[in-house]
Design a protein around this ligand. Structure first.
Ligand SMILES: [Zn+2]
Length: 179
């Protein structure tokens, strides 16, 4: 995780009692005050609300008068604007499917679908597979790549290796499919 030190507060902060007790977030494992820089801040907040309701309250309504809090909130929003990492839109369940299809009498092709649901550029992926397996590989549908050759079993190792966010468990083997 690369943090942007420029956007992080430095030195003693108003309204905070020192020495600091650092509480770590169960979602992103960062100290709580860093959560807002984490892409899954929503999930951090959810975790906090469930596990540390008192800390959650503090984040929502931290000490000081209401006016102070409001201006502080505005500052933070401005500051966070550019550095904020946007979470990719989640559409539907994430699932990669791989299957083998026969083409002609001897040739097999491998079909990969679902990479789009992980926000992966299909053209990049197709090119990667082509290079990796030294064979033809092309985008054929909205979220479908066809690789020339039977490489289905290899994909279970290669996909998580190339895209660590995709666990092997996300890949479903559909076996042999008729096309
Ligand atoms: Zn967090």
């Amino acid at each position: 995780m690369a943090e942007n030190p420029k956007t992080l507060p430095n030195g003693p902060q108003p309204g905070i009692t020192y020495p600091l007790t650092v509480v770590y977030c169960g979602n992103c494992s960062l100290p709580l005050e860093y959560c807002e820089y984490y892409p899954e801040y929503d999930r951090c907040r959810a975790w906090l609300q469930q596990n540390l309701p008192t800390e959650f309250e503090k984040l929502s309504v931290s000490g000081g008068s209401l006016d102070d809090e409001n201006s502080e909130e505005k500052k933070r929003q401005k500051r966070g604007g550019k550095g904020m990492i946007k979470t990719k839109k989640k559409e539907g369940p994430k699932q990669i499917c791989v299957s083998r299809a026969t083409r002609g009498k001897k040739k097999s092709v491998t079909v990969v679908t679902g990479l789009n649901s992980f926000g992966i550029d299909l053209k990049v992926a197709a090119k990667f597979f082509g290079t990796k397996f030294a064979c033809g590989s092309s985008v054929v549908g909205e979220d479908e790549i066809v690789i020339q050759g039977d490489v289905k079993d290899d994909l279970f190792d290669i996909i998580p290796e190339k895209w660590p966010e995709i666990d092997e468990d996300f890949i479903e083997d559909l076996g042999d499919q008729k096309r």
